[in-house]
Design a protein. Structure first.
Length: 508
């Protein structure tokens, strides 16, 4: 890598990072984000698939002396997103594009609303994107230099990705085929395998470490242990680390959701995505064609074209067929690959302009600067608005609420825990549980409370028998509350209203 390449990557890292920090969620969020903001501090295990490597990395960011804990975990996403954009720039330079084309492709990815939004909140998708893009960069750098250490690093991050987000594994299909087509030597395969093994060992160690800590604010106690009977399990089925690992990576609550979307809805999802990114495709398609035929010999870059296309198609198909409400997050790698093709498309246009008869030598550079400026100008209205409002694009109304009133969630959660005893047990919904944990454990330091998801299996509103047993074992020593009236338990317990909208149950 040349110093100019690193300088360009650093430039887009700082520029995008500044934008992401400016539009960063300022405080405690909701649902999964509130979970990550809490367990990064308490070192609890996350919901499936656990995210143990992510949690330990986010823990490092909780030590950064700026803002509150929730803000610092959000900051980790902004850092990873900016790092991703810097790597996109480096990949384009690796593919021999002009610097101005590399900057154009990187900024297209940076400004994409889907990616930008994930850069602004505590979630695993920006770190997962950084991991995936680094793997792509490493294998391309190996192909260019034939230095096996790059394959070791690619394998290392592949293994680590098991503890960040398993969505990275989808990209592994394209990477594996790329390596097969590029015919590594036996020593190079050994380096890749050794890196993958080391990364997997680090991942497993991180899981065992968090499993050993067994933080009460983690997913085990919040969701699984009280409701084991919902999944036909007993405590004996969940009493070893590897049984818990299996539960996280093969969660019974998500069985049947993979590739379960009907064809019509699948096509709707795909067409909606293509419509939202249609303006990017105008440059991305020529970029693909250019990469396929780039070089002195026709098809000299066809392997790279296959790698990027197969990677993006894999994520597009998986996201379109995965039967979850937030399926669109699996399109993030597709957006990043489109950014790469945009950079290649711009480079193709610049090369074409330079080959025109009688064209001045400065034409490609001048045209490239003009395209870059035009792209920024086209996005200027959204950029200015986002900068002024300190919010990323694409927020739903309920999401924007947490930007307009940043302290509201913390205040509501704190008000609720102020009404209950230090050893209270509360059953509530997923979106509220970790806000309460954050208020009690992080803000107030009251770590004797327990908060549980009332109905952890989607579509099942019957109270788990094991949860009733859990209540029976604790009701004489712990005050027990519900955020919704537990009518199913009215024949067994006396239900009374308590403070902050809670319902308390007691023996009759």
């Amino acid at each position: 890598m040349r110093r100019s390449d690193l300088a360009g990557a650093l430039l887009v890292f700082v520029a995008s990072g500044t934008l992401y920090v400016r539009t960063l969620a300022p405080s405690l969020l909701y649902g999964d984000s509130a979970e990550f903001q809490t367990i990064a501090y308490t070192l609890g295990m996350g919901h499936p698939t656990g995210y143990s490597v992510y949690i330990l990395l986010a823990k490092v960011f909780t030590l950064v002396p700026v803002g509150e804990i929730a803000y610092r975990v959000n900051l980790f996403s902004a850092f990873c997103a900016a790092l991703t954009i810097g790597l996109v720039c480096l990949i384009l330079r690796n593919l021999d594009t002009r610097m101005v084309a590399a900057l154009s492709g990187a900024l297209v990815a940076a400004f994409a609303p889907l990616f930008w939004k994930q850069a602004s909140l505590a979630e695993v998708y920006a770190p997962a994107a950084a991991c995936l893009v680094f793997i792509l960069f490493a294998v391309l750098q190996w192909r260019k230099t034939r230095r096996p250490r790059w394959l070791f690093l690619a394998g290392l991050f592949g293994g680590l990705s098991l503890g960040i987000h398993t969505m990275v594994a989808i990209g592994g299909i394209g990477v594996l085929l790329y390596l097969i087509l590029s015919a590594p030597s036996r020593a190079e395969w050994f380096q890749a395998s050794a890196g993958a093994l080391m990364g997997s060992v680090i991942f497993l160690s991180s899981f065992l470490f968090l499993d050993y800590l067994n933080s009460p604010a983690g997913y085990y106690d919040t969701v699984v242990r009280p409701s084991l009977s919902i999944w036909g399990m007993t405590p004996a089925d969940f009493d070893s680390p590897f049984e818990r690992l299996a539960f996280l990576y093969f969660p019974p609550q998500f069985k049947g959701e993979f590739f379960a979307v009907p064809f019509d809805e699948t096509m709707t999802r795909v067409m909606d995505f293509l419509e939202e990114t249609s303006w990017i495709l105008w440059f991305a398609v020529p970029g693909f064609i250019y990469l396929f035929f780039k070089g002195k010999t026709a098809c000299s870059r066809w392997r790279e074209a296959v790698l990027l296309v197969l990677t993006s198609v894999g994520y597009l198909v998986f996201g379109a067929k995965y039967n979850v409400f937030d399926y669109y997050v699996y399109f993030i790698p597709v957006v990043l690959v489109l950014g790469l093709f945009v950079g290649l498309g711009v480079d193709a246009l610049l090369g074409l302009s330079g080959s025109l008869p009688g064209a001045p030598r400065f034409l490609p550079t001048g045209l490239g600067i003009a395209i870059l400026a035009l792209g920024i100008l086209q996005s200027s209205a959204g950029l200015i608005s986002a900068w002024r409002e300190r919010t990323p694009p694409g927020l739903e109304d309920w999401e924007a609420y947490y930007y307009r009133f940043p302290e509201m969630h913390s205040l509501e959660a704190s008000e609720a825990v102020n009404y209950i005893e230090d050893n209270a047990i509360v059953f509530t919904d997923w979106d509220r549980a970790y806000g309460l944990y954050y208020a009690s454990y992080v803000i107030q330091g009251r770590t004797g409370m327990s908060f549980h998801e009332t109905f952890p299996q989607e579509g099942v509103t019957q109270f788990a028998e094991s949860a009733v047993e859990y209540i029976e074992a604790n009701i004489d020593t712990h005050p027990i509350y519900f955020s919704e009236r537990p009518s199913q338990l009215s024949s067994r317990y006396k239900i009374t209203r308590a403070g902050s909208g809670l319902f308390k149950i007691e023996r009759k």
